[in-house]
Write a new protein. Structure first.
Length: 341
């Protein structure tokens, strides 16, 4: 590890701290813009006396800046507060539902990378031919179709018409009962099914995951296809590739060895932003397929106006996005050392 790369690594990592701090601050004050959380969540269901008593007990009648610094102190201790509507620790909710969102996002990312990179490279190789035109139309349809609409279409086709895949949930009731036998479940159903050693449970979990991961993954795959195609074509026609072609290097090797790695640099950068958008799309995807992850529970708490829970979930998503961008910066630096200077 060179000194320049180490300094770059430390600088990018330290940038996570002010980024998360700014996001936490914005989320806190935006959540308080409509008043205290208890009035927002329970104002229409409590008497004025009981409402005032709860507001005073929670400390929401104190100056906003005092509440803000107390909230920051709680975050440093790992305390994200307690939900107002069901009296659960926000940290417990994040642990319980975060694994589901992580599993869905990873599966969707695999689909996006396989479809996006595979079709993007194929379109670049067959530039301006029939295959290229068909792939470009497919890419436009992928990223132009709202994820909830694509989810409904997939459910209609594969769950209603063909009846080959389940329409909602993460697993069947029988599999859920099997997971209850685990001493230390991870919350990642694929991993938990492997712990059980029951192949039928694994198949059931994968069948439930196909449609939601396809809906979310194809949305991102459309962007990846066009990005990969454009960048590969750009490097494929560059001077050093032409020089290699003049030396008799095969077209397949030109694409896989000479043109591919330089094309990865802008692709990896945009992938970081797309992963952030994928987490945003998870809200609609999980709601459409009743996939009980952070997006599903976030929508539920938004309807209940439980701003304490919403605040904790949004902060976790912000931290994940910051860490993903850090990883993307590191990968970009490994691919192109010039970015660290």
């Amino acid at each position: 590890m060179s000194g320049g790369f180490f300094r770059f690594l430390v600088a990018r990592f330290l940038l996570i701290i002010p980024t998360v701090f700014i996001l936490v601050t914005i989320v806190f004050f935006v959540m308080r813009a409509t008043g205290d959380p208890i009035s927002a969540a329970l104002g229409g269901r409590l008497s004025p006396e009981e409402l005032h008593r709860r507001i005073h007990a929670a400390g929401y009648d104190r100056p906003l800046i005092v509440q803000y610094f107390e909230y920051l102190a709680g975050l440093l201790r790992g305390d994200l507060g307690t939900t107002l509507t069901d009296n659960q620790k926000v940290s417990d909710i994040l642990l319980r539902y975060g694994a589901a969102t992580l599993e869905l996002s990873l599966l969707a990312l695999i689909i996006a990378l396989v479809v996006g990179i595979g079709f993007g490279r194929l379109a670049a190789r067959h530039r301006d031919r029939t295959a290229d035109a068909g792939i470009r139309v497919f890419a436009i349809l992928c990223y132009a179709t709202p994820v909830f609409f694509l989810g409904l279409v997939l459910k209609l086709v594969f769950s209603v018409w063909l009846a080959v895949l389940p329409a909602s949930g993460r697993s069947s009731l029988e599999s859920e009962m099997q997971f209850g036998r685990l001493v230390s479940p991870t919350g990642l159903y694929i991993v938990d099914s492997l712990q059980l050693g029951d192949f039928s449970v694994l198949v059931d979990v994968l069948k439930h995951a196909i449609l939601p991961s396809l809906a979310l993954g194809l949305l991102t795959a459309g962007v990846f296809i066009r990005l990969v195609r454009t960048n590969v074509i750009s490097t494929y026609t560059s001077g050093y590739v032409e020089a290699a072609r003049s030396r008799g290097v095969s077209e397949r090797r030109l694409l896989s060895k000479h043109a591919w790695r330089p094309a990865l640099i802008p692709i990896v950068t945009v992938m970081g932003m797309q992963i952030a958008m994928m987490l945003a799309g998870a809200v609609l995807t999980e709601t459409t397929f009743e996939w009980k992850g952070l997006g599903f529970i976030l929508a539920d708490y938004l309807k209940k106006r439980d701003f304490v829970a919403v605040q904790g979930i949004v902060i976790l998503i912000a931290i994940i996005v910051s860490v993903v961008n850090f990883v993307v910066d590191v990968v970009s630096a490994l691919l192109d050392p010039r970015v660290r200077y």
